[in-house]
Design a protein around this ligand. Sequence first.
Ligand code: AGP
Length: 615
Amino acid sequence: MCGIVGYIGKKEAYPIVLEGLKRLEYRGYDSAGIALYDGKNLKLSKTKGKVSDLEKKINQEIPTNGSVGIGHTRWATHGIPNDINSHPHYSNSGDLVIIHNGIIENYASIKKELEKRGYTFSSDTDTEVLINLIEDVKKNENLKLGKAVQIALNQVVGAYAIAVFDKNKPDEIVVAKLGSPLAIGVGDDEFFIASDATPFLEYTKKAIYLEDEEMAIVRLNKEIKIRKIKDDSLVDPYIQELQLNLEQIVKGGYDHFMLKEIHEQPEAIKDTYRGRLLVKEGLIRMAGIDDNLEKFLNANRIIVIACGTSWHAGLVAEYIFEDLARIPVEVEYASEFRYRNPVITEKDVVIAISQSGETADTLAAIKLAKSKGAFVFGLCNVVGSSIARETHAGAYTHAGPEIGVASTKAFTTQITVLTLIALKLAKVKGTISKPEFQHHLQELELIPGKVEKALLQDEHIKTVASIYKDAKNCLYLGRGFNFPVALEGALKLKEISYIHAEGYPAAEMKHGPIALIDEHMPVFVIATKKGHYEKVVSNIQEIKSRKGKIIGIVTEGDIDVKELADHVIEVPETLESLSPLLTTIPLQLLSYHIAVMLNRNVDQPRNLAKSVTVE
Ligand code: AGP
């Protein structure tokens, strides 16, 4: 996710765009830039770092006068965070300038074509390719900017929210949207453009939210014209009167970032597999794996190193890799691995998982593994983070910034990438049949819709949360692929509600923990239909006979657990190996609602930091 802001009108653009970027930093904060037009000159300043860094730099670089401006705060997807890769981007002629939130999947092939026509590129971004494609179309067909943007966008595949300005046509800004949000603030002969309404809320409450595949020419002294990009048909602008306040908009209308990020998971999972999961072609495309396939295929074993929730994602990966790709996997706490003098050889492949890409223990463990000759693959959410730069190769989760300290969408997008890797290796090794492989691809593609459906249980989950919010201890049980989800569910509850909770393999109860069971002990049991179901049902009976309170996370339509448990929460059916992507949803919501009912600081729980960059 990135933040885009634009202004065209009678006021000075710079203060509006700068403040707007500050309000959008929650969407991305690795680099920022602003372009301004003062009636004569198109000026631009951009930098790696935060908007505050841009504020310092811009005042040394360019005069900030001008009544047209566009600005961008970046969350890198293509090209590491640095000055050159930050937005806005000029076209080769310097006449056009663009800001972009999204991913152009086919940028590489377009770039090759433009290079053949003599275009040069200074950055590694897909965005610089897009602005030069627009320039190429505009020049070759002698078109106005709006038409050129429309034709160019019909050639790209991916997601975008863009604002484009032509210094030779300074009374308009062209905007377009597909897959990323874009709002237009309608003022009194002035217009605002932004990823959400926070940058212009104090100037106007009137907003138009473009729909997918719509574009608009925002022109002074003119009515806004909105068109369908595909067929150029006109769309009647629907101007909304905004009711939300600033804080509510930053959180997408949710009360907390954590809840927003829980509900972002369908989109986040889609963004994570976009361009990688090719169901029709029966393919998985991941450069970091494709370029290092032999290392994975010849590995003695895969060692996963991570901390916290990322470690739980690694544990899910152990079950998936061994089940599908038949590759031995060991999952290590990075903090233990780095000090226990582990046996590491050049035949080992290490997968380091980290949302922030800055966790000190994980970084140290990577360096140790590298020093012993292992090949290290990084799985991060923050592009250009320390771990992303330290590892030999890697993949990003494209989940967008995760602001809530409690990790949610990072967990499900990590599992998504790890599943893609396991499936790819399984296919190459022939450890699963072609039909089985294809079935997994199809099922994975359905997961975002099934997560949506699981989220619909929120009201019921809130009711269950209200019953158990005063518990002093809770147990979480799961088997197989869902044992790590039991651990993750317990961690979520602990870290935001401060209630003690433990996750256990369901069968492990009789080796001690069952002594804890009484009528005061809520036990959350993951009992999916295809996950050793009968065995879990007997574990539930053991708990029930000792008066334990049972909350079952079950496959929709379940009957047996429903008869035994005090409550059940249903998730849609899927392959057992994919079920963690669904069973974790009710546990995230349960911990969230209990924490809210206990008046905890949900987004910033006591004693915790979003990224543990010290030992
Ligand atoms: C999980 O909710 C916590 N925020 C914490 O356990 C976190 O997963 C852990 O610190 C690892 O962080 P990383 O993924 O950024 O390396």
